[in-house]
Design a protein around this ligand. Structure first.
Ligand code: ATP
Length: 206
């Protein structure tokens, strides 16, 4: 039997990438049976008011360091090269045309992102064109899409529900990491050692 390739795309600001990101990405890849997870750092979120603390290139470099040891992880600069604002649907279509052959594309988001989903650009097309996969996140409710039923219809709600990924709860956020660094507190337990060294050498988030 020929099964199609499965690729998981993991978008975000990654300011900076922390072990919560890599742990849930591994768990999601295993759950999906994905051949690869591609981290896709955003230039900036169209839904976040503030600019990232670290530059595009620094955020990209930190992801490269964080995933160095995992042969199933990659990082793409496709959103960093695109004009602002960049939308997820454009990224899905970019990879759809880039990846040859039959491929199933999964877009990973943490459960904290559910509240904003209805504001995403062309979200219905996004739900139709990929497997939008919501992962559990510590401190947030288990994913529930029922409130979107009047907006998106039963078929899409069922698809979202089927694609939920019960990832382990890892209580870490980039906001916490930035705050701890700014306060001079330790972050060694939540960052890849190479990422921590990069932050220290470049004096980021001070
Ligand atoms: P910030 O605190 O700056 O908002 P963040 O830690 O949420 O950052 P992002 O770069 O915004 O990190 O996250 C990228 C994606 O990873 C988002 O979909 C987010 O929901 C998810 N994510 C981040 N941290 C976790 C975590 N600990 N568990 C599950 N999902 C996570």
């Amino acid at each position: 039997m020929v099964t199609s390739k499965r690729i998981a795309l993991f978008g975000g600001t990654f300011d900076p990438v922390h072990i919560g990101h890599t742990m849930v990405a591994s768990a999601a890849a295993e759950h999906i049976g994905a051949d690869k997870v591609i981290f896709v750092p955003a230039r900036r979120s169209p839904l976040k008011d503030s600019l990232p603390g670290a530059s595009d290139i620094d955020r990209f470099n930190m992801i490269s360091l964080a995933i160095d040891d995992d042969k199933n992880f990659e990082v793409s600069d496709c959103e960093l090269k695109r004009e602002y604002p960049s939308y997820t649907i454009d990224t899905i279509r970019h990879f759809r045309s880039e990846l040859s052959g039959e491929v199933s594309i999964y877009w990973l988001i943490g459960a904290d992102g559910i509240g904003e989903l209805s504001r995403w650009y062309k979200v219905e097309e996004l739900i139709d064109e990929c497997s939008l996969s919501v992962m559990y996140r510590a401190g947030f409710e288990k994913p529930d899409f029922e409130k979107f039923l009047p907006l998106w219809g039963r078929r899409r709600i069922e698809k979202l529900r089927e694609n939920i990924i019960p990832t382990p709860l890892v209580d870490i956020s980039s906001t916490q990491v930035r705050q701890r660094l700014a306060a001079g507190l330790g972050v060694a337990q939540v960052l890849n050692p190479q990422v921590l060294r990069y932050i220290q050498e470049k004096n980021l988030y001070r």
